[in-house]
Design a protein around this ligand. Structure first.
Ligand code: PEP
Ligand code: MG
Length: 898
């Protein structure tokens, strides 16, 4: 069995297609070698070994031989030997899972440095300072990753070994009155390494190993173990990455960006990951190791003139300082993007004027950037339209539809501080200083902003729970920036004026002190930070040409139509702007809550006889007619499905004594009579009570009034030369006889209005399918109904027997115990509720193959459910206006990739 895959000098055992086995990093290193790109030689231990180790806490017998064999090949290429006193090879050990999990697992650099190999490396490099700098980095990483984390030692917040060692370095710098790490002398560094080792021994009760092989295997095992580290597990839970994939381990010969002024290191993106613009974009640091850029301890320089931010504009770019190498890098980035046909996130190191590529992977990007790149790459011919559509996901759209800060208020607000705009959009919240606090405050329903010096992968759960993230240090490729961008979260990094006191739970910035719980607002699109709360405003998508274009492409690839749920002309208009092709559900009950209307409604409800009821309800006619006129007009020429009154009538009546007595006065009825009527309307289980079409059966005058209002509005609009197609929808039908009863009333009213107005009216009468019995008898209903619309909210409620209003009390237990995988009111339960939907469709179309069928429950805006409805053969989904673009995209994706 081959578990170790070599790569180096034009030859690689693996390739990009081996991601499952070699992880993304290992597979791409192999691929870069295959493309002739300079990559330091190394080898990858496969994910199989990770799984093997997880199961048995041991390695297969021959793994050591395989590692030795590959190490020999690396030594040969490098002309160095691992552990050799005179000419030692140093290696890096890095994780690499199938899917990128940035910063979630561990890296150890400079492995192989010991008291015996240090002198040899000093002689070879002629740079004692560099060697001790490398050594102190190794000690720090090894102590943190291998001796603390992999040994399952759990220090208090702020008391970890890495923090301790960092503090020692800070105090040494203070003592020496230097600000930069690089200004520490050789003697300082030697002293630092000694203090590090004694601190490690005292804190972790074991010695830092002085043997290269112990370091190597300690490192390999720690990286495998980091797969099951707390932060990696929580990241996988959030990102839905299976826990049984395992990580690969990459061992690669070290190249150094910190060996002097002709050395450097950097991180870059083949296009701007924040805007999507087709610009080579990145950051670099002279005389530094890669972790310096990612850790955000130093503000990196811009890679080129296109990467300049306000903060970095005075720092020299690589393009200026090393033009020749920059040229090579530019050629390689173009080659990589063309090869992978996607934006790449690359890491490079320059050692003594020689460029080495350390990594390439598909780069994370925010929503706006994902959309722009997809559109432009399709226009450039790099990808086709179908791939472009698959490159955008519902979260990307959701993100660009996210609110920004109210510009007017922002303009008038004083900027408290500024940092780098790492994640776009606006965010307001109460300040918290630890990830755990962020999580627990969020659980208590609070809106929080997590403020950190810099974030580390340990903070991901708190970052996830926060509205926005603010850090004092770090660049656009720092951990906070990468993670926030991946989630499309508002984030400002590198806000250098910020002083944070974890003890006091406060921050001070430019003379102002803010405490935990105080409000802060961030603009992640320009990096500004404001004291207090600034309102957010909706995004103007009309101006976003990339959004418009991707929607246009989506529309040309989809068959499933997208309507909206709207019950006001404003919502209808908004939904049209988002591309809705009609209204799939206009809930009429929301129209009765205006003060003038509610009293007519109440009068109608408490009326003792039909005459009084009719008198009361006819007061509502002009209002309803106006409502329907507005909505039908806003949607013309698209169809509008208007649902007859659905909820139980007591929802419209007052509950407390004061209100009841006021109503009794208003309606001039005795208090007792009103109380008795309210008592009579009380139901034990109103959701299964006198609601839906049952109301129309008991009180046909309600149906008559609503039908009249619809047809009169239609007639008026037809006279105004509008194309109007109302679809009258009967709710909560379980038996065809209920439907027939209601349909007769509606048809009669249509005839009356036609006669009265002399206008020819076109309309349909159909039904909600939201009860299991309706699904089971859909063939009978389809003989009478002209359309079906699945009400998957009630259908889920009545299929599961879960109250849609009370599921919150037990849902967390059900999810925790994996009794159900997801809230069935959010994403359709395909197995149960979905089975009834399929039955309804088959039976309905069996009788009437042309039957128009849609869905208007909340699931109409859920991507996974939309795919299911597409597969089930529905004609349309209907969702809230802000989900319409997501539904359009998902409909196209379902067509392309069923
Ligand atoms: C449904 O039940 O799915 C539906 C759309 O109707 P409502 O949510 O108004 O009950
Ligand atoms: Mg319903």
């Amino acid at each position: 069995m081959n578990d170790v895959y070599f790569f180096g000098e034009g030859k690689a055992d693996g390739s990009a297609s081996d991601k499952n086995l070699l992880g993304g990093k290992g597979a791409n290193l192999a691929e870069m070698i295959n493309l002739g790109i300079p990559v330091p030689p190394g080898f990858t231990i496969s994910t199989d070994i990770c799984r093997y180790y997880m199961e048995r806490d041991a390695y297969p017998d021959d793994l050591e031989n395989q590692v030795q064999h590959s190490l020999k090949q690396v030594e040969k290429i490098m002309g160095q030997t691992f552990g050799n006193f005179d000419n030692p090879l140093l290696v890096s050990i890095r994780s690499g899972a199938r899917k990128s999990m940035p910063g979630m697992m561990e890296t150890i650099l400079n492995v192989g440095l010991t008291s015996k190999t240090i002198p040899g490396l000093i002689t070879k490099s002629k740079d004692e300072r560099f060697v001790y700098d490398a050594y102190r980095r190794l000690i720090t990483m090894y102590a943190d990753v291998v001796m603390e984390k992999a040994a399952c030692i759990k220090p208090q917040e702020g008391e970890g070994i890495r923090e301790k060692l960092d503090k020692i370095m800070e105090s040494l710098k203070n003592r020496e009155s230097v600000t930069r790490d690089g200004d520490l002398s050789i003697e300082n560094l030697k002293e630092l390494c000694d203090i590090y080792k004694s601190t490690i021994k005292k804190t972790l009760k074991s010695e830092f190993p002085d043997d290269p092989n112990t370091q190597l295997w300690g490192g390999i095992t720690a990286v495998f173990k980091s797969w099951n580290g707390k932060r990696a597990v929580s990241y996988r839970n959030i990102e839905n990455i299976p826990h049984d994939w395992g990580t690969a381990v990459n061992i690669q010969s070290m190249v150094f960006g910190n060996m002097g002024d002709n050395c450097a290191t950097g991180v870059a993106f083949t296009r701007n990951p924040a805007t999507g613009k087709n610009n080579f974009y990145g950051e670099w640091l002279p005389n530094a190791q890669g972790e310096d850029v990612v850790a955000g301890l130093r503000t990196p320089n811009p890679l080129n003139h296109m990467s300049c931010s306000n903060k970095a504009k005075n720092l020299p770019s690589l393009e200026e300082i090393m033009p020749e190498i920059y040229g090579k890098l530019d050629t390689i980035q173009k080659q990589l993007e063309t090869h992978y046909r996607d934006m790449q996130d690359i890491e490079f190191t320059i050692q003594n004027g020689h460029l080495w590529m350390l990594q390439t992977r598909v780069g994370k990007r925010n929503g706006a950037a994902a959309i722009r790149m997809a559109v432009e790459m399709a226009e450039e011919g790099l990808i086709d339209e179908k791939i472009a559509l698959m490159r955008v996901n519902s979260d990307d759209l959701d993100e660009i539809m996210h609110p920004m800060l109210d510009k007017k208020v922002e303009k008038q607000s004083k900027i408290l501080a500024a940092g780098l705009p790492a994640g776009p959009g606006g965010g307001s919240g109460q300040i918290v200083f630890t990830a755990d606090d962020a999580e627990s405050w969020h659980k208590d329903g609070k809106q929080v902003i997590l403020v950190r010096s810099e974030t580390s992968p340990e903070d991901v759960h708190g970052m996830f729970a926060s509205e926005a993230i603010l850090t004092a240090r770090g660049g656009m490729t720092s951990h906070a920036a990468l993670v926030a961008r991946g989630w499309g979260k508002c984030c400002v990094v590198g806000c250098a004026d910020l002083q944070i006191s974890l003890q006091e739970k406060s921050l001070s910035v430019n003379g102002i002190t803010l405490n935990e719980g105080d409000w802060l607002t961030l603009n992640g699109s320009n990096g500004n930070v404001y004291n207090g709360q600034i309102p957010l405003e909706a995004v103007n998508l009309k101006k976003n040409k990339y959004f418009q274009k991707i929607m246009e492409i989506a529309d040309s690839h989809r068959k499933l139509l997208v309507r909206t749920n709207a019950d006001s002309p404003g919502d209808a208009q908004q939904a049209r702007e988002f591309g809705a092709e009609g209204i799939g559900l206009c809930r009429t009950e929301h129209m009765f809550f205006d003060p003038e209307r509610i009293s007519a409604m109440q009068e109608m409800i408490i009326a003792e006889n039909e005459t009084n009821r009719r008198k009361a309800i006819m007061k509502l006619l002009p209002y309803q007619r106006g409502d329907f006129y507005g909505i039908l007009k806003a949607m013309a020429p698209y169809p509008v499905t208007i649902r007859l009154l659905d909820p139980p009538l007591h929802e419209f009546l007052p509950q407390d004594d004061d209100q009841i007595s006021r109503l009794a006065n208003e309606l001039n009825v005795p208090m007792e009579a009103l109380n008795a009527r309210i008592e009579k309307l009380h139901e034990q289980n109103p959701m299964l009570g006198h609601r839906g079409c049952r109301l129309g059966v008991s009180f046909p005058e309600i149906t008559e009034m609503q039908a009249r209002a619809i047809f009169e509005a239609t007639a008026q609009l037809v006279q105004e030369n509008k194309i109007i197609l109302p679809e009258v929808m009967v709710p909560l039908v379980g038996s065809v006889t209920e439907f027939i009863h209601q349909k007769e009333i509606i048809d009669n009213m249509a005839e009356i209005v036609k006669k009265e107005t002399g206008v020819e009216i076109e309309y349909l009468v159909g039904t909600m399918i939201e009860l299991p019995r309706a699904c089971a008898t859909a063939d009978k209903i389809a003989e009478e109904a002209q359309f079906f619309s699945f009400g998957t909210n009630d259908l889920t409620q009545t299929t599961y027997g879960f109250s849609r209003d009370d599921i919150g009390s037990f849902l967390p237990d059900y999810l925790n115990h994996k009794i159900i995988p997801i809230d069935p009111f959010q994403s359709i339960d395909q197995e149960g509720v979905g089975c009834l939907v399929k039955m309804g469709v088959e039976k309905g179309r069996g009788v009437n193959p042309k039957l128009k069928i849609g869905i208007c429950g909340e699931h109409g805006g859920d991507p996974k459910s939309i795919r299911f409805f597409h597969e089930t053969g529905l004609d349309y989904v209907s969702c809230s206006p802000f989900r319409v673009p997501i539904a359009r995209l998902t409909a196209a994706q379902s067509e392309i990739n069923p």
